[in-house]
Design a protein around this ligand. Structure first.
Ligand code: SAM
Length: 282
């Protein structure tokens, strides 16, 4: 006799109960009958079923081998469904899209495993795969961080990184009681609509992200002190101060108060001061 399935904490297995929330997720995602859907972590298939009734094709990537026969049993007869047993973070997403969704708009829809929310979102955004939308369930606090306005307390480096790639909005909150087992935190569904063209011109994306990382690494420091520490081997403090002023900013401002427009301007000024290359000092 088959053992009953026991949910695994290590994979973030909190499964949705009932139909109400899954229906709201799919309705909010903008998925229609012409769309392909990439689902991450189908679990026992609560969301998968609704996705299959709304979309043209669904490809679900699940890490837990014990769930594979359960999912095959539920959806294996539907030729529009493909199940991939694997780790989304190790998946070649470009190859997957080419193989399963050629010529189709593709949306991502998932109740994410919370222990790897940020790496998954960055994988989906940094790859610039052309997703029409990315609709995901995340922890409530993470949702606030992703949607935070400039200078808000919960705004972090990840807020700016995500908002550089996509327009982000919270769709609705989901209490812990809607899952089995209930997680210790409440959740929320957010939708990200990736930009085809970045909302700001940085001149150098790698530098742009380095500046954001440096500014938020020590939030209480002034922008000048954060950048001077991060770029100590590549430029002296006076030149960094001049770049900050040239970007129209006060060197004493805290970096956490800035938005992506200001970091984009600052990037251009930092490029102008001809930083030593990173391996120059080795
Ligand atoms: N979609 C189901 C639902 O809403 O009921 C399950 C969601 S549960 C929060 C997260 C799912 O992601 C689990 O099925 C878990 O096994 C799977 N998972 C965890 N880590 C994963 C990874 N790295 N790659 C793919 N799936 C993963």
């Amino acid at each position: 006799m088959q053992e009953p399935f026991r949910k695994k904490k290590k994979y973030g297995q909190n499964f949705l109960i009932g139909n109400t929330v899954v229906k709201r997720i799919v309705a909010g995602s903008g998925i229609d009958a012409d769309c392909g859907v990439l689902e991450i972590g189908p679990g026992a298939g609560a969301l998968t079923r609704e996705l299959l009734s709304a979309a043209k094709r669904v490809v679900s990537v699940e890490i837990d081998g014990e769930l594979i026969p359960i999912l095959e049993n539920c959806f294996g007869n539907d030729s529009r469904f493909t199940l991939i047993h694997g780790d989304i973070l190790k998946t070649d997403v470009s190859a997957l899209l080419r193989e399963h969704f050629a010529g189709m708009p593709v949306c991502v829809c998932a109740n994410l495993p919370y222990y790897i929310t940020t790496p998954i979102l960055m994988l989906l955004l940094e790859g610039r795969f052309g997703f029409r939308s990315i609709t995901v369930m995340v922890q409530k606090e993470v949702a606030s961080r992703l949607c935070a306005g400039r200078g808000e307390d919960c705004c972090g480096a990840v807020t700016l990184a995500v908002q550089y790639y996509a327009a982000v909005r919270k769709l609705f909150g989901v209490p812990a009681g809607c899952f089995s087992p209930p997680p210790k935190v409440d959740s929320a569904v957010v939708r990200l609509d990736p930009y085809t063209v970045p909302p700001v011109d940085t001149g150098d994306e790698a530098m742009f992200f380095q500046l954001i990382k440096a500014a938020f690494a020590q939030r209480r420091k002034t922008l000048l002190n954060s950048l001077s520490a991060a770029f100590a081997d590549r430029a002296d403090k006076e030149r960094i101060s001049a770049a900050i002023t040239a970007a129209g900013l006060d060197p004493a401002v805290r970096g956490e108060k800035l938005g992506i427009e200001e970091f984009a301007n600052l990037t251009k000024k930092m490029i102008n001061i001809n930083l030593k290359t990173e391996d120059h000092h080795v």
